[in-house]
Design a protein around this ligand. Structure first.
Ligand SMILES: [Zn+2]
Length: 231
C-alpha cells in the first residue's frame, strides 16, 4: 500500500487540549482541510474559533468587492456553524494583498494573546501543495506572519500547526466527512462562480477526497507541527 506520510508515518493529533484557534487569510480556507477535524473536536466539547485576515472580497469573479465581502463573510459564518464554530472574526486586511507586515504580525500576536488557545492551526505556508500545484502568495505570507508573530511571544500557546500536505500529525475524521462536505458547500455562491459546471456539493466532495485522504484505511485530516512548547 502506498505510504503518503513518509517512512515513519504521522503521529496522532494531540488530544489533551480544550481550545483551538484557526488562523487563515480567506473565507473557505478552513473548509479545505481542517473542517472535518473541527467538527469532531467541537462534538467532543472542545472550543474552536476562526479568525480570518480578509473577507475574501476579491475572490468572486465579476462581483464588486463591496458586494462579495459581506456575502463571503455570511457563507463563512454558515460554514463554521455547521462544524460547531460560532466565533468567527474578520480583520479587514486586503484580500489578494496579504503580506507579512508588522501590522499583520501585531494583529496575530494580539489575537492569540487575547484568545489564549492551547492550539493554533494556521493556513499551509509551503511553496506548493504538490509538484506543479503552487500555493498562493496570500497563504505563504500569512503563514509566515503567524510563525514570525509566534516567535515574538513570551508565552505562546502549546502548539502551532499548519494544514497542508506531508502531515506530522493526523486526526481520524472518518465519521465527519459528510458534515465537512456540507461546510465547504456552504460557500455556495463562491463555488458556483468558481466552477459553474459542477454542482457545489460535488465540488466539495471532490476537494475533500484529496485533502482528507485515507491513512491506514481511515480518512484523516493532516497537520504539520511548526512549534511546540513541549521539551
Ligand atoms: Zn485562501
Amino acid at each position: 500500500m502506498a505510504q503518503p506520510f513518509g517512512p515513519t508515518g504521522p503521529q496522532p493529533f494531540p488530544q489533551d487540549w480544550a481550545s483551538l484557534l484557526v488562523l487563515v487569510p480567506h473565507p473557505d480556507d478552513p473548509e479545505y482541510d481542517t473542517a472535518a477535524a473541527v467538527a469532531k473536536w467541537t462534538a467532543a466539547g472542545k472550543t474552536v474559533r476562526y479568525a480570518l485576515a480578509s473577507s475574501g472580497e476579491a475572490g468572486i469573479a465579476g462581483m464588486e468587492p463591496a458586494q462579495a465581502g459581506p456575502l463571503r463573510e455570511e457563507e463563512q459564518r454558515r460554514a463554521a456553524a455547521l462544524v460547531g464554530v460560532v466565533d468567527v472574526d474578520f480583520w479587514g486586511f486586503p484580500d489578494s494583498n496579504i503580506r507579512n507586515t508588522p501590522e499583520l504580525r501585531a494583529k496575530i500576536a494580539s489575537v492569540i494573546g487575547e484568545a489564549r488557545p492551547d492550539v493554533v492551526i494556521a493556513i499551509y505556508g509551503g511553496p506548493e501543495f504538490a509538484p506543479g500545484r503552487p500555493n498562493q502568495r496570500d497563504h505563504i505570507e500569512f503563514a509566515a506572519a503567524v510563525t514570525d508573530a509566534w516567535d515574538t511571544m513570551a508565552d505562546p500557546p502549546r502548539w502551532l500547526f499548519q494544514g497542508g500536505p506531508e502531515p506530522t500529525h493526523v486526526e481520524d475524521v472518518d465519521d465527519y466527512l459528510d458534515v465537512a462536505v456540507e461546510s465547504l458547500a456552504a460557500h455556495e455562491v463562491y463555488l458556483s462562480v468558481l466552477d459553474p459546471a459542477t454542482p457545489v456539493h460535488e465540488q466539495a466532495r471532490r476537494v475533500l477526497d484529496m485533502t482528507n485522504p485515507a491513512h491506514a484505511g481511515r480518512r484523516v485530516a493532516g497537520f504539520r507541527l511548526q512549534r511546540s512548547t513541549d521539551a
